[in-house]
Design a binder for this molecule. Sequence first.
Ligand SMILES: Cc1cc2nc3c(=O)[nH]c(=O)nc-3n(C[C@H](O)[C@H](O)[C@H](O)COP(=O)(O)OP(=O)(O)OC[C@H]3O[C@@H](n4cnc5c(N)ncnc54)[C@H](O)[C@@H]3O)c2cc1C
Length: 391
Amino acid sequence: MGPSDATTPVPLRVPPRGALHGVMVSRRVVVVGAGILGASLAARLAEAGLRVTLLDQDQPGCGTSRWSFAWINSNDKGPRPYHDLNHAGIRAWAELAPDLDGGAWYRPSGHVELAASGLESRVKRLTEWGYAARMVSPAEASELEPALRCPGPEAAFFPGEGYILTEPLIARLVAYAQGLDADVLTGEPGRVTGLEPGTPPRVRTAVGAVLEADEVICCAGRWTPALAEVPLVPWETEGSIAPGLIVRVGPVEPPGPVRVLHTPDLALRPHPGGLLHLEAEDAAAAVDLHTPEPELQRWAAELLDRARRTVRGLDRAQVVEYKVCARPLPVDGQSIVGRLPGAPGVYVAVTHSGVTLAAHLSRLITADLTTGTPPAPLTSYTPARFLPGNQ
Ligand SMILES: Cc1cc2nc3c(=O)[nH]c(=O)nc-3n(C[C@H](O)[C@H](O)[C@H](O)COP(=O)(O)OP(=O)(O)OC[C@H]3O[C@@H](n4cnc5c(N)ncnc54)[C@H](O)[C@@H]3O)c2cc1C
């Protein structure tokens, strides 16, 4: 990857250590958080020849990334630069897949959306922006997704979209980074209790260790505000919009759905183990981390009913698991990526749509850290935008 052109397609592959861009072999970075963002970044930084230590309080991939709908898309994201960032995110996964066992985690399935009305104007705008999208007839929607019971009245197809199986992906990213000599500490040794900005910045862990680095990159997802001052929507409070409800159902009898599918009252995609992953906007709006169990069970049963009405193959299906999981949600809805103002040595990367964005953001951040200059696509997303006077 050329440092000044982070958008050039370049696969992950093993370079001679420290040989890229004159990076000093001894430069040390600590990445806090091994979700999809931290794991992607650790792999890229290790590949660029930096000495990486990746820390997680849990096992890699057990945070929000594990429960995500994980739909890779830029279907309804604005303004235009944020759309373009997400569009590049989709391409970045396609570029990575051939070099990182993509068969295990990359699902470029396409996406079928059914709606009562209003699809046409979005499809038109997306097409004008160079995004693959087209209106389809109910008959074509049925051909594209044979498990569909009653397509229409409006349907659209987005062939460039798909989903990611985050758990096998993160396992591969972490193993790749370890293969390039990254250290990975999990559980209590990996739990960060404090970040101390400075030259060098220091990281304190729950077992009393103090790690010094040239740069600390905080990828702690929704937990970021406990370590670095960034404005996220509070996710633990009653009525918060950050949590969503995830329902996984199965078994799915063939031929089950093969694509990402949206209807006005349901989102679904295939999930490993012969399951479907279900979500719905009204369910997400109705629950938070305080919702009583019987209410969650009622919603889970409701989503299974909706899925049965939408697709074939669920006659014997039961709710296998359900979970309320909160998103890392910056207050303005857009990514926060860059050096933390007034905190030397501390860099943050926190975003919604992190599954769509992680492969691309990790390339951009690596370019920023190895050249000292943020690539153009990052300049709108720096934490400095929240400083008084910059808003
Ligand atoms: C219901 C739902 C649906 C979603 N749907 C989509 C979608 O369709 N498409 C999409 O692109 N995005 C979607 N998202 C958002 C996406 O899942 C997140 O943006 C993404 O998973 C964030 O990844 P991350 O690596 O930043 O955070 P996480 O995966 O949460 O990783 C953060 C890691 O940091 C660790 N950590 C935290 N604090 C500490 C500490 N003090 N010390 C050490 N480790 C620590 C955690 O253990 C965790 O492993 C959805 C999210 C939800 C909840």
